[in-house]
Design a binder for this molecule. Structure first.
Ligand code: FES
Length: 116
């Protein structure tokens, strides 16, 4: 059985083996309820318990990385666009477009995320 290290370590190891289609895997327990984690090029959220969603962490405004999480809000500090983790909607800032959804599957307590 493969044992999980930290989310970052596991994700990094997976990314290294993956090549052109970015993807990460993370233990579901690493994603806080009512918030999200940002791992490499993905935002992985759990707005309500057991409801997992994923988005690209590339800002839809001008493609800078989204780097901040505050509860149910993620923020791109380049121009301060803010987005909801619940549905990806723009809450503030210059972005006119919502977060870009990513594909997420769950198996045995592990979340696998890839680009759609
Ligand atoms: S690139 Fe993210 S707000 Fe402008």
């Amino acid at each position: 059985m493969f044992l999980l290290g930290t989310a970052t370590t596991f994700a990094g190891a997976f990314l290294a083996a993956c090549g052109s289609n970015p993807s990460v895997e993370v233990a579901a327990t690493e994603v806080p309820v009512g918030s999200a984690v940002i791992i490499d090029s993905f935002i992985i959220a759990q707005p309500t318990e057991g409801n997992f969603l994923a988005y690209s962490s590339t800002c839809p405004h001008q493609n800078n990385p989204i780097t901040e999480v505050e509860g149910e809000i993620v923020r791109c500090t380049a121009h301060n666009s803010e987005f909801s983790i619940v549905d990806g909607a723009v809450l503030a800032g210059p972005s006119r477009d919502p977060l870009i959804p990513s594909q997420l599957t769950e198996s045995g307590g592990t979340l696998s995320v890839t680009r759609k």
